[in-house]
Write a protein that binds this ligand. Structure first.
Ligand code: SF4
Ligand code: SF4
Length: 374
């Protein structure tokens, strides 16, 4: 396991892309990407401007895209957002679609098929899926946001891997796991099944305190990069003024105490004051959290609009559970549907849309930071 973490600092937002390029140059051992397809996994939580510190800063993506191209690689970037079925809306609100146009690079909605099966729990029949395009990439680099998280304490490289699951299957994984330790082990399983070759942690604006709902964004102006994801998270923890034992994901990865971080680049980095922790212990709210995720996992249904449909069959082709019946009276069998939203993302006519219960709309508007769910 390589334990070097390269540090690149920047004074303001204009310096972020250069810091990312320097950080990627400092990876040890270096990454070979000449002529290869390179997938860049951002952290797209929901909409919101970059200084809210909810999503990977678009300038981090810009730096990574330029670095990949300068080394002869072919980049594309993407994610599945935290509001099931609304990834493209969130990507627009986070500035990613503009960036994709400016840099001439593809944004990949990870809800969009083809989805391929992913076994997460040995001997279990229940299935999980992931975008086949991610698996086809020759090189995968994760670009997580550095932020506090109400369940996991801090969210960095390992937590970002959960966004590989499409649509509401992320929420379903919370429900399936039932407790924090099992969830942490499942995320480590995703990390092991889909290896990433490097992590570039976005510490430009970071979030402290209550997580994505009520956390406070602060400017740290630093990017951390390394070849080993747990090591980058251990460095994030250290730099936040926390103990690695506070992170269930590092515990589940079995790396507590195994990290002697070798700092490179601009030198060891520690925040001047420890980042404030979320205001409550999630273990005490186990049942409440489970109910919230159970609600979210079924909050939206893929809904058919017959007036727009050309009956091309693309939705049935991408559905991993054969839930698309294409019968006029019930186009989709909600009993079989896992709310991955591959069908809504893939419909060329906009004839399938995620539709939430009416009482959820105010919640969705407040969650999505500028995205109109109607
Ligand atoms: S993909 Fe869209 S247009 Fe094609 S059959 Fe399905 S709903 Fe109709
Ligand atoms: S109908 Fe199929 S493709 Fe569409 S959301 Fe449900 S499971 Fe996914």
């Amino acid at each position: 396991m390589d334990q070097k973490v390269f540090v690149a600092r920047c004074r303001d937002e204009r310096g972020i892309a250069d810091a990312v390029i320097r950080a990627l140059e400092g990876l040890a051992p270096p990454l070979s990407i000449q002529g290869r397809r390179v997938f860049l996994k951002v952290n797209l939580n929901k909409g919101g401007p970059p200084n809210r510190a909810l999503n990977t800063h678009p300038e981090v993506v810009r730096g990574a895209v330029r670095w990949v191209r300068s080394h002869g690689g072919n980049p594309f970037f993407g994610d599945s957002c935290s509001i099931p079925g609304f990834t493209l809306h969130a990507a627009r609100a986070a500035g990613y679609l503009n960036l994709a146009e400016e840099e001439g690079v593809e944004f990949l909605d990870l809800d969009r098929g083809p989805l391929v099966p992913l076994q997460l729990f040995a001997g279990e029949e229940e299935q999980w899926w992931i975008s086949g395009r991610v698996l086809e990439a020759d090189v995968r680099i994760t670009l997580p946001k550095w932020k506090t998280h109400t369940l996991m304490g801090l969210s960095g490289a390992l937590k970002n891997q959960m966004g590989l699951l499409p649509g509401a299957t992320k929420a379903r994984l919370h429900v399936r796991c039932g407790d924090l330790k099992t969830l942490a082990r499942a995320i480590i399983q995703i990390h092991r099944r889909i290896p990433f070759h490097a992590a570039v942690l976005d510490g430009s604006y970071v979030l402290e305190g209550g997580g994505s709902r009520s956390g406070r964004p602060i400017w740290l102006g630093v990017v951390l990069a390394g070849r080993d994801l747990p090591t980058v998270d251990a460095a994030m923890c250290h730099a936040s003024g926390w103990s690695p034992r506070e992170l269930p994901l590092l515990e589940a990865a079995g790396v507590i105490g195994a990290h002697e971080i070798r700092w490179g680049g601009d030198g060891a980095f520690v925040s001047e004051t420890p980042l404030r922790r979320p205001g409550f212990d999630p273990k005490r709210l186990g049942r409440v959290t489970q109910c919230a995720y159970a609600l979210r996992s079924k909050a939206f249904d893929p809904t058919h609009r017959p007036e727009r449909c050309r009956d091309c069959g693309a939705c049935a082709e991408v559905c991993p559970t054969d839930a698309v019946t294409r019968r006029e009276e019930s186009w989709i069998s909600l009993r079989r549907c896992v709310r991955c939203f591959a069908c809504t993302s893939g419909c060329p006519e906009g004839a399938l849309v995620p539709k939430g219960r009416w009482f959820l709309r105010p919640w969705l508007r407040s969650r999505m930071q500028g995205v109109n769910p109607d």
